[in-house]
Every structure is written in structure tokens, then in C-alpha cells.
Design a protein around this ligand. Structure first.
Ligand code: ZN
Ligand code: FE
Length: 772
């Protein structure tokens, strides 16, 4: 493919166009050094989102150069396509070689643009930062061609300094010379700066504002004294405090309006994590990866305050990914690091917003450590864990975005914009085999989040220039995302929520045949206008069939009812013919159910987890999304850790009605009430409930396999964020001969919906549009 017709010897000229992740990863200096090694003349430059190389030299040297470039490109790059065109040389074989240059950027835009994600600080830079006498000694902004912020500071493509937030800082003579020096590891590093010319640190507290090293020292000392300090990061601000100081952590919860949700902790080094958690080699690799996500780890023994992680046996741990964080943690030790926002609002990225929150915090926030490099894109920390030796992402943001999910199989041509769901919204733009999923935007129910949503849609469209022809969205008429899709002016394909969940797995795995889709979540709009959420679908790219589901129940329908596990429990008990506890809400719920007012019909599995959690008095109210279910998992996991015996599942029934299989969990509920009265510990019953759910998944899949010969299962939906359940379901299904697929690159929850919507839409773009 690299060979072309024409002369095989003598001087030749070639033009190479390289697309993929080729900007912001040191591609041009790498190419120039390589070309010089082959004694080629010519130039390399950025063109829109791609790199263009023009090189002249002996034919065999050009080919050697090309081969090396394709097989051994710069570490952080990813070549998608390499197009080569040949001409005869304009220089005579004896002519002098003018050398190989790095030129400024061309404005043209061809090929697929793949802006680089933000990259965690590299070891070489950390080493320099800690070397006394280095011009970047203790520089909180040290970076090179292989590390540093990218996507978060990029105004537009091409990725050149003048198109980033670094354009505010003219290079000093030292940085300029390194930038130009082909031998230097900062040759053409757009983020290069030093103690003389880079961004500056500031620290503001009650007493005023200071800058430079004094600012850093003051922030560190405040943290050591137990204050909460806001620290400017890559995609926004963090609020930090000591995880060993219970009062500080409580104050942090007050500032965030976040009562119970576990906080992530940043540790200065891997050793500090290994001392407290069980860490596998794969988890170590993920913790230290250039994406540097928060990694959920098994806690072993912990000296951290109880109110950091609550009842969870796990902890979200991560390592510093900016030089500033490394400098701070070196002095302070581990820190709680949580995104600076008020619950459910987007992370704060602008200095004004942070300083305002500081002012309004009545001294609860001790100070703000910030700097004058602008953050252009909001990005939360990503969250991931290792399942089966491989990562699965639970929140896809910094480090991963904007890299696309890439299909193995090819698809009909088309360009799609998927608008996502309502909760934990993401959007997805797709072209060719690429699916660009946005950062997690949040729940579309505040004006701030909606603004972030609209900005993200515009930003992704501008940056990727995909120009969608079709929109995809949820079936729910009340979702803001549905409304936005319909107002977009594009023909819109409405996709059933749980079908989209399963399709997100199909997209990740490039599945095109029929699979058994198990979609468990809290809520989703069904094709029959009832609430779905305990679904067994026979799904394929052109359609799906609701082959089975959890027997629907009536649930109280109010603004609050999603959070009220206790109300769900009462509804379930009443419908099981059991006596509910003596509670003031009972008469209201009884009347509602009897008259079927303020009720919804729901097959949601998530709500059963909530109800059982409340029934067992484990958690009665979700002060954050899904808390009742999370606490049920924690109680079950704690019991399983202390008791080696595998408890039996609870009873349930499976019946067929008109070819549809229905699971009834009321027998399990009755058994729980009976065993509870007999004094069984809540943890045991919580664990038995988990076993019941995995057993019912197994039994249902067996029936569907028998009926349709299918043995491939895709699991998705927010309920599968439950690790205990996921591990058990994977184990029982595999043991029975099923091939099981799960989400890995996008979350199983509603953050993955946009990918599923886009995938289905791409499959039928050339078909007449109808509901899916
Ligand atoms: Zn570096
Ligand atoms: Fe969902």
C-alpha cells in the first residue's frame, strides 16, 4: 500500500496525510527527527485536525521513514489513516538538501479530527520538577510533548499554542529555544513554560491574596491545619481536605450539600494506596495510566475517617495528575479531592465562580489556590474499576474524552448526533466507525446543567465538524434531551431507553446479531407508556422484542418517591398482601394504591433494590442517587466478606403469558419478611436478595436460550454498577455456557445511553425513520 508505481530508484517526493490523535502528542517533532535521521528534506505541519508531511529523498529512505512512522509512532499518538501520494522530485539527485522543517499550521480541515485528551504529568517532568537548579524546579505547570493539559485548554484545532489557553503566556528565551530545538523533549510542546514565563499561582483566603511560591506554601499549610482548600485542576476546581480530620470532612459535606456519598481520595504515591487497599497489577496500571481515573478499590484496613467512605468497603483512590497536585500532596499526604460544585450542579471551572463560592461559604472554605491559566472545557475526574482484569469506566470524563469509541465492524455511511437521556446525560456524535461520547454533563434538571448541555453540543459540533444529518434521542416525551432533539431541525429517531442501554454494549463489542439483553435500572419510558426497568430483551440493531420482564407493580408517583425507599417498601408490602410497618405514610399509600391515583406501573429492578434496602432498615432514603441500593450492596458485601458460606437465593416464580416471561419477586419479599422476623441479620438477607436476582437472570436466560437458541447476553443499566451483583451474574451465566458482554468504555448507567442511541441510528440511517 505504501508502494506506488513509478521509478524504484532516484529521488522522489511524497505527501503524507496522517489522521487520528496526531496533535498535542509530539507528532511533528517526532516526524522531523525521524525525517532527519533518514536525511530527508521537506516539512511537517498541522492541517486542521490532521498532520501533513511533505518529504523528498531517495525512494528507499522515504519508504524506510514511512514504515517506521506507521509501526512506531509517538507513544501518545494514534494513527487512524495514513494517505501517501507520490510525485517525482523537484530537486536533482545532486542538489543540496535544504533540511526538514516544522511549519506553522494550515487552516484546512480534512480527515477525521481527533483532539488529544488531557494527559497526566509524566515521570520525566516530575523528575525535573524535583531537581534543584532546574529552570522548572517546583514549577506547578511543567509539561512536555508527551504530557500536560490538552482538551481542557484547547480553543480550537489545530492544536497550536495560539489556539490554547497558553496563548496568554509568551515564551521566554529559554522556553523558545527549547521549543525550537529538534533535540529537546519540549520541541514544539505547546504547553511549554518555566518559572519565568508561565502561569502564576495565587492563594486567596480571609486575609487577602498572595502569589507564587508563597501561595503554594500557604495552601499547603492551610490543608495541614484542617482547612478546606479549593484547588484549580485540569477540567475544574477540586475541594480538598485531610481525610484524617473528621471535622474537616464534615465541613466539606456541608459545603457540597452532600450528606452520605463517599468521597474519592488522592494519594501522593502508589505505596500509600497499597498500604490501605488490595491492589492488583491491573489496578496499579490503571491508577498510573495517563488517563489517571479515580479507581474503585477494595479497602483492607483504613486509617481514614469513617465519614470519607461511609459504609462502603471500597474506596475511590487516585494519584496526582498535575504537577501542582504532586507538589501539594508531597507535603500534605493523602487528600479528599472532590469536584467543587454544589450537589448536582456542574463542576466549577472559572476563577470568578470559585471565588464567589469561597466568599459565600462563611469561612467553611479556608482558601482558594488558583492560577491564571484558563480552563476552557469542564471535565470531571473519570471513575473506573477493574472487572475480569480489564478496566470498565463508570464515569467517562477527563483523560478519556474526547477520544471516540471505535467500532470494529463497518457501518452504513452517516453522521448522527445522539442527545442521550435525562440523568447523567452525555451526547454522542458519530461518523464512520467512530462514536465520540461527550463528558458526563449531569442531570438535565437545572438551568446551569442545561446551559452546559447546550454548550457541549455546540462545542463538539464545532470541534469535530461532523455535521450530523440525523438525531437520536429517548422515547420519553418529558426528557429535556428529547425536546432538544426535536427542536434541532434534524429528523429524530426515538429509541426506547433499555434498548439503548443494550445497544451501548452492542456498539462497544461491534455486535450485529441477536443477543439477550438484560437491562436493569431505576426507570425508563416503555413503549406501552408504563415505567420499565427490569427488562429481558431480544435485541439486534434493527429492532428488539420485550421477551420478559419483572412483574410490574404499582408504585407511588411523586417528586420525592424515587428517593423514598421506605415508600417503595410499603407499596411492595401492600401488594404482597403483607402488613406494612406502622408508618404515617401508610394510609396515604394504601388509598393511592386502592384508587390508583398518583401511582405508576413499574417493572423497575432498581426500585426493588431500594425497597428491600428500606425494608431491612439498611437505608430508607436516598440522599444521593441510588443510595438505598448502594447501601444494600454494601451490607451484602460486608456480610459476604465475614461469612464464607454461599447463602441460598430466595424463592421467586417465573411464568409465561402469551409467549412473554414474567418474573414475580413477591415470594422473595414474603420470605424476607419471614426471615427478618425470625432474626436473620439484614446483611444475610441483603446478600440473599442479590443471589436471587442473579439466579432469576440465569433462569430467564436459560428459558430464552431454549426458546430462541441465543447464548450471548448483554448486561446494562444502572443496576449493573452494583459490583457484587455484576460479579455474581457474570459467574452464574458463564458457568452455564453463556457468553456475556458488559459496558467497558462507557458507563452501564444513563451515561452510556447516547452511545446506544447513536449506534442504532447509524444502523438505520438509510431506512425510513420510525420509533426504535
Ligand atoms: Zn512531561
Ligand atoms: Fe437507564
Amino acid at each position: 500500500m505504501l508502494m506506488a508505481e513509478g521509478e524504484a530508484v532516484g529521488r522522489r517526493k511524497m505527501t503524507v496525510r496522517v489522521s487520528g490523535v496526531v496533535q498535542g502528542v509530539g507528532f511533528r517533532p517526532f516526524t522531523a527527527a525521524l525525517a532527519r535521521r533518514y536525511s530527508l528534506s521537506g516539512y511537517v505541519q498541522n492541517g486542521g485536525g490532521i498532520v501533513v508531511i511533505e518529504a523528498e529523498g531517495p525512494r528507499d529512505a522515504l519508504e524506510g521513514f514511512l514504515k517506521e512512522l506507521s509501526y512506531n509512532p509517538p507513544r501518545e499518538s494514534k494513527i487512524e489513516r495514513l494517505e501517501v501520494s507520490w510525485e517525482s522530485s523537484s530537486i536533482s539527485p545532486s542538489g543540496e538538501c535544504p533540511g526538514f522543517l516544522i511549519l506553522g499550521s494550515l487552516p484546512v480541515q480534512t480527515g477525521i479530527a481527533m483532539p488529544a485528551p488531557d494527559i497526566a504529568v509524566c515521570l520525566d517532568c516530575l523528575r525535573e520538577m524535583n531537581t534543584l537548579g532546574n529552570p522548572r524546579y517546583h514549577n506547578p505547570f511543567i509539561s512536555c510533548t508527551l504530557c500536560g493539559p490538552r482538551f481542557s485548554i484547547m480553543e480550537r484545532l489545530p492544536y497550536d499554542r495560539e489556539n490554547t489557553a497558553m496563548s496568554d503566556f509568551p515564551l521566554c528565551s529559554l522556553c523558545e529555544s527549547q521549543y525550537q530545538d529538534p533535540q529537546d523533549r519540549r520541541c514544539h510542546a505547546q504547553t511549554v513554560c518555566c518559572n519565568d514565563c508561565g502561569p502564576r499561582l495565587f492563594y486567596r483566603d480571609q486575609t487577602g491574596e498572595i502569589s507564587g511560591q508563597a501561595a503554594l506554601d500557604a495552601a499547603i499549610s492551610a490543608l495541614k491545619q484542617g482547612y478546606i482548600v479549593a484547588i484549580k485542576g485540569i477540567g475544574g476546581y477540586h475541594l480538598a481536605c485531610s481525610p484524617f480530620d473528621e471535622a474537616a470532612v464534615s465541613r466539606l459535606r456541608a459545603v457540597k450539600g452532600r450528606e452520605g456519598k463517599p468521597f474519592a481520595v488522592m494519594f501522593p504515591c502508589l505505596e500509600e494506596i497499597v498500604r490501605r487497599c488490595r491492589v492488583s497489577p491491573e489496578e496499579k496500571a490503571l491508577l498510573s495510566s495517563r488517563e489517571r481515573p479515580i479507581v474503585l478499590l477494595e479497602r483492607e484496613k483504613s486509617d481514614l475517617c469513617l465519614n470519607v467512605t461511609g459504609s462502603s468497603l471500597r474506596i475511590g483512590a487516585f494519584l496526582p495528575y498535575t504537577p501542582l497536585q504532586a507538589l501539594i500532596l508531597e507535603q500534605t499526604g493523602p487528600l479528599v479531592m472532590t469536584s467543587a460544585n454544589v450537589t448536582s450542579l456542574p463542576i466549577i471551572k472559572d476563577d470568578d465562580g470559585m471565588l464567589r463560592l469561597f466568599g459565600e461559604s462563611n469561612g467553611k472554605i479556608g482558601g482558594v489556590l488558583y492560577h491564571n491559566r484558563r480552563i476552557l472545557r469542564r471535565l470531571d475526574d473519570s471513575v473506573a474499576e477493574i472487572v475480569d482484569g480489564k478496566p470498565r469506566i463508570l464515569r467517562r470524563a477527563r483523560g478519556y474524552v474526547p477520544l471516540p469509541v471505535e467500532l470494529e465492524a463497518s457501518l452504513p455511511d452517516g453522521r448522527v448526533l445522539a442527545f442521550g437521556a435525562q440523568q447523567k446525560n452525555t451526547i454522542c456524535l458519530s461518523k464512520g466507525k467512530y462514536f465520540f461520547v461527550s463528558t458526563e454533563i449531569g442531570d438535565l434538571d437545572s438551568e446551569e446543567t442545561l446551559e452546559f448541555y447546550r454548550d457541549t453540543i455546540k462545542d463538539m459540533n464545532d470541534l469535530l465538524e461532523i455535521r450530523p444529518q440525523t438525531a437520536a434521542c429517548d422515547l420519553h416525551p418529558g426528557y429535556e434531551s428529547t425536546r432538544m432533539a426535536k427542536e434541532s431541525g434534524l429528523p429524530a429517531l426515538q429509541v426506547q431507553h433499555h434498548y439503548a442501554h443494550i445497544a451501548s454494549v452492542m456498539a462497544e463489542e461491534s455486535l450485529t446479531g441477536k443477543v439477550i439483553g438484560v437491562a436493569f435500572d431505576g426507570t425508563g419510558y416503555g413503549t406501552d407508556i408504563t415505567v420499565w426497568g427490569g427488562e429481558f430483551l431480544i435485541a439486534f440493531p434493527d429492532g428488539f422484542e420485550r421477551a420478559g420482564y419483572l412483574k410490574p407493580v404499582f408504585l407511588f408517583d411523586s417528586e420525592e418517591s424515587i428517593r423514598r425507599g421506605d415508600m417503595t417498601a410499603v407499596c411492595l408490602l401492600l401488594q404482597a398482601g403483607l402488613i406494612p410497618p406502622n408508618d404515617p405514610s401508610v394510609p396515604v399509600l394504601k388509598a393511592a394504591l386502592e384508587n390508583q391515583i398518583h401511582t405508576v406501573v413499574s417493572s423497575s429492578m432498581g426500585r426493588w433494590f431500594d425497597g428491600v434496602s428500606a425494608l431491612l432498615n439498611i437505608c430508607r432514603y436516598s440522599d444521593y442517587e441510588g443510595r438505598c441500593a448502594v447501601e444494600l450492596e454494601n451490607a451484602a458485601a460486608a456480610y459476604a466478606r465475614q461469612n464464607a458460606l454461599e447463602p441460598e437465593p430466595l424463592p421467586f416464580t417465573l411464568a409465561e403469558e402469551n409467549g412473554i416471561f414474567m418474573v414475580d419477586l413477591f415470594p422473595a419479599l414474603r420470605e424476607i419478611v419471614k426471615r427478618q422476623a425470625a432474626g436473620d441479620p439484614p446483611g444475610l438477607l441483603a446478600l440473599r436478595f442479590h443471589k436471587t436476582v442473579s439466579r432469576l437472570v440465569l433462569e430467564m436466560c436459560r428459558l430464552l436460550r431454549k426458546a430462541g437458541g441465543l447464548h450471548e447476553v448483554a448486561l446494562s443499566g444502572g443496576v449493573f454498577a452494583n459490583r457484587l451483583l455484576l460479579d455474581d451474574v457474570l459467574a452464574v451465566l458463564r458457568k452455564d455456557g453463556f457468553r456475556v458482554y458488559i459496558n467497558r468504555q462507557v458507563p452501564p448507567g444513563d451515561g452510556g445511553i447516547s452511545l446506544g442511541q447513536a449506534y442504532l441510528c447509524r444502523h438505520r440511517e438509510n431506512l425510513p425513520h420510525k420509533e426504535a
